[in-house]
Design a protein around this ligand. Structure first.
Ligand SMILES: C[S@@+](CC[C@H](N)C(=O)[O-])C[C@H]1O[C@@H](n2cnc3c(N)ncnc32)[C@H](O)[C@@H]1O
Length: 272
């Protein structure tokens, strides 16, 4: 099973390229509209470039009719959707082999946080690869109720908002943040990085796994994020690396897992 963003980009490539054309025409590009944020415009331009359309236009008539109201979403943010079991079943199936590949590549740790756990696929894979670990699964109360109603002891569940001002539990040896950053507002990332740093013991490891926005799959997935979520999409590798370094991490980045070639994995060690 391909990773969640690879599946979507492959199935809906032409739809997203056509939606980019519709949006470019509706926004009157060029020039750049003043009511669309720079990160969103960058994502639109990346998708237009994939379709072979230079930023200067003029943009041709799209082949398919408009379906996503993307220009509106670019201006105002996409709609947010309540979590559904079908969504989480799909995510869980996509994570299957990839979560195990990632878990096997990580060092042994005693206390682990799976932050934004969804069904807990990444934390569960970690306990299978490292049976001594205690894993704590954290997500919003709304998501946990649908995706992970219970965990087997001694593992724990925490209902919490990662972006709320209060501290996380801890200290952890390892924090997993798999496929979460792409859903968060970009301007919330510096504070979240500091909060995760504070929840790790010195020398502890934060592992961020997400889509590589610099790939073709990443560009198409990012466009879908603008349409279907209120956020600004996934930042490029250098932007997230800078945020992590500024929060007190030493960062290395792995490009592509063998089962998910369009993923990036940031390994960020909490400096002492
Ligand atoms: C795309 S899912 C990934 C789930 C899981 N990590 C995986 O890869 O299968 C993103 C998860 O992050 C959670 N999430 C998003 N924003 C959050 C926040 N502010 N606080 C806690 N969890 C959050 C969502 O509820 C969702 O379960």
């Amino acid at each position: 099973m391909p990773d969640v963003f690879e599946a979507q980009a492959r199935e809906h490539r032409q739809l997203f390229l056509d939606e980019a054309l519709h949006a470019a025409r509706a926004l009157g590009l060029p020039p750049a509209p003043t009511d669309v944020s720079a990160p969103r415009l960058e994502i639109l331009h990346a998708a237009l470039a994939l379709g072979g359309y230079p930023p200067a236009g003029p943009f041709p008539e799209p082949a398919l009719p408009a379906r996503l109201a993307l220009a509106h979403a670019l201006r105002r943010g996409g709609a947010s959707h309540p979590p559904s079991r079908a969504y989480y079943d799909h995510l869980d199936a996509c994570a299957e082999g990839i979560a195990h590949e990632l878990a096997r590549s990580l060092p042994a740790a005693s206390r682990v946080l799976d932050a934004g756990c969804g069904t807990g696929a990444y934390g569960r894979a970690y306990t299978q690869a490292h049976p001594g670990a205690l894993v704590e699964f954290l997500d919003t109360a709304e998501a946990l109720a649908v995706a992970l109603p219970a965990v087997a002891p001694p593992h724990l569940r925490h209902a919490a908002d990662l972006l709320a001002p209060h501290a996380l539990p801890g200290p952890f040896d390892l924090i997993l943040l798999a496929n979460v950053v792409h859903l968060l507002p970009r301007d919330a990332l510096p504070r979240l990085a500091q909060k995760l740093r504070a929840a790790l013991r010195p020398g502890g490891l934060l592992v961020v796994k997400d889509v590589d926005a610099g790939t073709e799959v990443g560009a198409l997935f990012n466009l879908s994020l603008l349409a279907f979520t209120p956020g600004d999409g996934m930042p490029v590798e250098a932007e997230l690396t800078r945020v992590l370094e500024a929060a007190g991490f030493e960062v290395s980045v792995q490009r592509g897992l063998s089962l998910s070639p369009s993923s990036l994995v940031w390994r960020a060690v909490a400096l002492r």
